[in-house]
Design a protein around this ligand. Structure first.
Ligand code: ADP
Ligand code: ZN
Ligand code: MG
Length: 602
């Protein structure tokens, strides 16, 4: 649940992927991400380091590494984004070919001026060597000593952070205090020393911190918790010291520590965490030792998405004793955030940000920013001069499941298999009253999948009922059910569906108290978390029962609608993709069943 894309894909867009049997893992430990996401990461300043190497943009954020292809035509945008986020972007020559590794050194020879080669060669060589050395140093420096003791002037304003009305006053107050401490101190108000912004990733915590500095007009020192827990012993605490030293010199100032949990996680008492503990101690010392000039305050902001895992020592009074919760935006807030990101983008007259807000339940600000950008691309690809709702829908799917690979041709036989499998998902979702409406069904390879079925919620849903979980399970199992029903045989294509169904069923049993059809029955199977080994067996059996029952229900539904399955699968084979509006035409009206009968009656 930590990765917002996982959340996005799992919770909002129920993409039921038909997995490619032989999955060629691309790149070793780097996560491939869409370019739009990489750009918004750069813009937000979250990566610890970034480089462009041979047409690839590589980002490192703590332990994690991300990569995305970067066409040369867009490298300028990457540079702009990096500048906006205050991330040093290192441009490196491609490493793959030895010759290209030293283009400048070889470049002397590459200059096709035969007559003057004797004069030019040594100079070019020298120049080349200096350049390579410089690049190497920059890279090494980036890796080893990157502590940003250099502040930035933040241009971010509170108006750039939308949909945060509940916390707006608190944030303004901090900025005002920094701008005019006297006004507060006269009345005996004490400066908040440390403020923790906590909430899910991408909700604008970094943006808020920048806005505090921007509104107050003070220097912004930012660092990521991960920077303080690197290889060399003692370096972390040294970095903390120099960060605070620099901030005090520049005061009034804002110090921002992103992902503070990297240093500030609860102490475990193991000796192996000595280095981190030393760093944490240094941070506590710095915060305590803030006997700074009251006229030149330094406020320390920090962010985390795991408040409960922070060491209590950090939260003690006089340290990070103010906490501001930054929540996932509701529909209204999403609309405001979209307004911000659509400021400079032409929106079709028929489309309103409210429509887009309705489509994007569960998405954080960062997701919405990426979505707007992706929708712009969709409109541009379609040769339009304004973005409409269709572009947003398409962008949503693209972000969730990767670009469609129309060039990846399926044989007729496989296309038939995939069409029945996907139509199985779609029909069971359509006929199950508690599934989200089916948005799109395809037999177009996309990401790892050979076809997809997407169901999108119509409204914000923070809770799921048991009936909804069961319907979702049936939808997940329906691809395999269709294969078995129609072909009397099954393929490797359901691997992903099975894994998802197993995960959901296990969660239902062991975490959600939904293993049985009453709470008592559920708790009889196991109290979360499951205590003894015997109980685990019972829980596993209960989860299996849920999946089996879902499979039987899917099979039954499809058997009853066998003709429909055959006809619609044929249509899908022919058309490759069927969209929401046509689905009702093809599959008929959906059964309606209110979510909570009692509420409806009341
Ligand atoms: P966090 O620090 O909570 O992970 P960020 O502040 O880094 O999130 O947000 C990343 C990007 O997402 C921002 O640069 C901005 O483009 C967009 N964003 C996030 N929240 C908001 C918001 N409330 N209003 C406008 N844009 C937002
Ligand atoms: Zn499937
Ligand atoms: Mg952040």
């Amino acid at each position: 649940m930590r990765n917002r894309w996982t959340v996005l894909i799992a919770a909002i867009v129920a993409v039921l992927a038909l997995n490619v049997g032989a999955t060629a893992a691309s790149g070793a430990e780097q996560t491939a991400i869409p370019l739009t996401r990489a750009l918004s990461m750069l813009e937000s300043g979250s990566p610890d380091s970034a480089r462009i190497q041979g047409g690839t943009l590589l980002l490192r954020e703590g332990e994690r590494a991300y990569s995305t292809p970067l066409p040369a035509s867009l490298s300028e945008r990457a540079l702009d984004a990096a500048e906006a986020g205050g991330v040093t972007l290192i441009v490196q020559p491609p490493r793959s070919t030895a010759a290209a590794d030293e283009p400048e050194a070889g470049g002397g020879g590459g200059l096709d001026i035969v007559g003057s080669i004797q004069e030019w060669a040594p100079m070019a060589l020298l120049g080349g060597l200096v350049l390579v050395a410089w690049l190497t140093l920059r890279t090494a420096g980036g890796a080893r000593f990157k502590h940003r003791v250099k502040p930035v002037r933040s241009a971010t304003r509170l108006d750039d952070v939308a949909g945060v009305d509940e916390i707006r006053d608190e944030v303004i107050e901090i900025a005002e205090f920094l701008a005019d401490p006297d006004r507060f101190q006269r009345l005996g108000a004490e400066l908040p020393r440390g403020v923790i912004l906590h909430g899910p990733p991408g909700t604008g915590k970094t943006l808020l911190a920048r806005a505090v500095a921007g509104e107050a007009g003070v220097p912004f020192f930012s660092a990521s918790g991960a920077e303080f827990v690197e290889v060399y012993a003692g370096l972390g605490s040294k970095r903390i010291r120099s960060l605070f030293e620099a901030a005090r010199k520049a005061a009034p100032a804002v110090v921002y520590i992103d992902e503070i949990d990297a240093v500030g996680a609860r102490r475990t008492g193991h000796a192996s965490t000595g280095e981190r503990e030393q760093t944490l101690d240094q941070l506590l010392t710095e915060m305590d030792g803030f006997a700074t000039d009251p006229d030149r305050p330094v406020v320390v902001l920090a962010s985390t998405n795991r408040l409960d895992e922070l060491d209590p020592a950090l939260l003690r009074s006089g340290r990070f004793d103010r906490k501001i919760a930054v929540a996932l935006p509701g529909r209204e807030a999403r609309q405001r955030i979209l307004d911000v990101h659509l400021r400079s983008r032409p929106l079709d007259r028929e489309t309103s940000p409210a429509d887009v807000a309705a489509l994007t339940a569960g998405m954080a600000g960062a997701d919405l920013a990426a979505l707007c950008n992706e929708a712009s691309f969709e409109a541009a690809r379609a040769g339009r001069d304004a973005i409409d709702l269709g572009h947003f829908r398409r962008a949503l799917l693209r972000l969730a499941a990767g670009p469609e690979r129309r060039s990846h041709l399926l044989s007729d036989e496989e296309r038939g298999l995939v069409a029945h499998h996907e139509m199985g998902h779609a029909i069971v979702a359509h006929l199950s009253p508690h599934c989200h409406p089916v948005e799109r069904v395809t037999v177009i390879p996309q990401g790892q999948a050979l076809g997809i079925t997407v169901a999108l919620p119509d409204e914000d849903r923070l809770l799921a009922t048991r009936a909804e979980c069961l319907d979702r399970l049936a939808m997940m199992m329906a691809g395999r059910a269709a294969e078995e029903l129609v072909f009397g045989e099954f393929t490797t294509g359901a691997a992903d569906d099975l894994a998802r169904a197993a995960t959901l069923a296990r969660q239902m049993v062991t975490q959600l108290g939904m293993g049985g059809d009453t709470t008592e029955a559920s708790l009889a199977i196991g109290l979360p978390p499951i205590p003894g080994a015997g109980m685990e067996d019972a829980a596993e059996a209960a989860a299996r029962d849920l999946v089996n029952a879902a499979y039987r229900r899917a099979l039954e539904l499809l058997r009853e609608n066998r003709d429909l399955l055959r006809r619609s699968a044929e249509l899908l084979m022919e058309r490759e993709a069927i969209e929401r509006d046509e689905i009702i035409d093809i599959l008929g009206p959906r059964p309606v069943q209110p979510r909570l009968e009692a509420l409806v009656r009341a």
